[in-house]
Ligand binder design. Structure first.
Ligand SMILES: C[S@@+](CC[C@H](N)C(=O)[O-])C[C@H]1O[C@@H](n2cnc3c(N)ncnc32)[C@H](O)[C@@H]1O
Length: 284
């Protein structure tokens, strides 16, 4: 790439609109994607950078290609164990005790960067493990991501075996339709999340840097999972997102980030829970 200014413009746009920090790995992916996309459009790479920096749809199509998207069911088993034994029983109990007659009094949980849906369905399965009566009338797992392609895949709820690598056989048999043990299963088999779990989850597109989206989220959730996102954000974007996450939690609500992201979360009202890495609780 000859024109460093054009590339810088594009990087700045990714930071401004998506909050991304420019780590070495991100830069490598951007460079490769620019080559591919410029070749497809038959334009020089510099021209492609200028175009992508000034076109929200082209910028999003770049994000669709280069965002770090890896995820799998029950990614951090220790965290799901903590959700199953401590956080969700407390939230279900508190919720049933304080429930008033209203049109919409569901327990609201949010997977804030759900990629292809594994995190949201893991949370919904954990709800079922804690409360066999969990259904759309009493709990909602709201799940968002910025990438349309990921959300389309999530809404299909069909997964290959590698996505289930942290699930034991009992869990696979109970929560996935037609699960049968490898090596009998063809390698490309896909396993569908059972409908009682699927119906707890609602997928929507949201950019976590979009201020309009957050307006509707204030004081809404009892639990937010925002894992493996903070580590990719620019410091100013991260600070702003943590503030917004805090505002979106109800008092006493919980935030879960990846264990490796624990030290990135600094907020006066989010108190670290030392019993499990990556957990915070909103204080009064
Ligand atoms: C590594 S995946 C994490 C998936 C899941 N939370 C987990 O921990 O397994 C990161 C996800 O963040 C999403 N993402 C990145 N920037 C975003 C933004 N500004 N708004 C919403 N989602 C974003 C990506 O599209 C990607 O699906």
């Amino acid at each position: 790439m000859e024109d460093k200014a054009a590339l810088k413009k594009l990087e700045d746009a990714l930071t401004e609109y998506y909050g991304w920090a420019m780590h070495a790995g991100t830069r490598e992916k951007i460079a490769a994607a620019i080559q591919r996309k410029a070749a497809r459009l038959h334009v020089p790479t510099d021209q492609y950078c200028v175009l992508a920096a000034s076109s929200s749809s082209e910028l999003l199509s770049l994000v669709e290609e280069i965002a770090v998207s890896d995820t799998f069911f029950f990614r951090e088993p220790g965290q799901y164990e903590f959700l199953r034994t401590t956080v969700l029983p407390e939230l279900f109990e508190k919720h049933s005790a304080t429930q008033t007659v209203s049109r919409d009094n569901r327990l609201r949980l949010w997977s804030a960067a759900c990629s292809t849906g594994e995190e949201a369905f893991s949370l919904a399965i954990t709800c079922h493990q804690v409360n066999a009566k969990a259904d759309p009338s009493n709990v909602e797992v709201f799940a968002t991501d910025v990438r349309n392609r990921a959300l389309l895949e999530a809404s299909r709820a069909k997964y290959k075996l590698p996505a289930l690598r942290a699930c034991d056989v009992e869990l696979r048999a109970k929560y996935f339709e037609n699960y049968y043990n490898p090596p009998e299963a063809p390698l490309d088999s896909r396993y569908t999340v059972i409908s009682n779990v699927r119906r707890l989850v609602i997928f929507r597109r949201a950019n976590l840097m979009d201020g309009t989206f957050w307006k509707g989220a204030a004081n809404r959730f009892e639990l937010i999972l925002c894992a493996n996102v903070p580590m990719y954000l620019h410091s100013a974007a991260l600070r702003q997102m943590v503030e917004r996450l805090s505002r979106s939690l109800r008092e006493g609500g919980y935030l879960m980030v990846a264990p490796a992201e624990t030290s990135l979360i600094e907020h006066a009202r989010l108190k670290r829970i030392h019993a499990c890495e990556g957990f915070f609780q909103k204080q009064a």
